[in-house]
Design a protein around this ligand. Structure first.
Ligand code: E4P
Length: 218
């Protein structure tokens, strides 16, 4: 499973990139607003830090403007994935970009039917939002299972399932069990994956016992 970080905070991105475990970045207008930075230079900076796909989202909702924005974003770097909403205009832009060989990420997916359309539009990634579904008492992970199963029925679909709106480590574990290709997560959720109290307890015992030997490896 690939790990993307869902943030527009360049320090978080640099920090996670240094672990060697980061495969890409997703941003959205809310995250960009939170960063307080200018969008285009920010995306350029992120693309300089991460080699994998960097999702940059269009702001327009009408086809003509969206297409122009998508063209501009796609020229920022080779690893840009243009993020478009799951609307008729968004999928039309997605199909055109995909035909040109530009990576795309179709966002705001909340149903298997929508995911089917995105695959037919040639999306590189489909982003189903599990946390936002859980928030309204729907089963977000069932949506992931449904999409993976539908895509498996059609080997010609190359769209990768990018689990979005991840809230906690079990979202990642469950999505990995289902076989989703990617999870995009807030940095703190990725860091929580390291944690286990038995690891901490075991390490403390090993450190203490090693001191008793009076030895040094170096
Ligand atoms: C995905 O690309 C989105 O940026 C993101 O995962 C949305 O998550 P949220 O529901 O926590 O805002």
């Amino acid at each position: 499973m690939k790990f993307f970080v869902d943030t527009a905070d360049i320090n978080e991105i640099r920090d996670l990139a240094s672990t060697g475990l980061l495969d890409g970045v997703t941003t959205n207008p809310t995250l960009v607003a939170k960063s307080g930075k200018q969008f285009i230079p920010l995306i350029e900076e992120i693309c300089g830090v991460v080699d994998g796909p960097v999702s940059a989202e269009v702001a327009a909702t009408d086809y003509d403007t969206m297409r122009k924005e998508a063209d501009k974003l796609s020229k920022i770097a080779k690893n840009i994935a243009v993020k478009v909403p799951l609307t008729p205009a968004g999928l039309k832009v997605c199909k055109e970009l995909s035909d040109k060989g530009v990576m795309t990420n179709v966002t705001l997916c909340f149903s298997p039917a929508q995911a089917l359309l995105a695959a037919k539009a040639g999306a590189t990634f489909i982003s189903p939002f599990v946390g936002r579904l859980d928030d309204i008492a729907h089963d977000g992970m069932q949506l992931i299972a449904d999409i993976v199963s539908i895509y498996d029925n059609y080997p010609q679909f190359e769209t990768e399932v990018l689990v979005a709106s991840v809230r906690h480590p079990m979202h990642i574990v469950e999505a990995a069990k289902i076989g989703a290709h990617v999870a995009t997560c807030p940095a703190d959720v990725i860091k929580k994956l390291y944690n286990h109290p038995l690891t901490d307890k075991g390490l403390a015992a090993f450190v203490d016992d090693w001191k008793k030997t009076g030895q040094s490896i170096l």
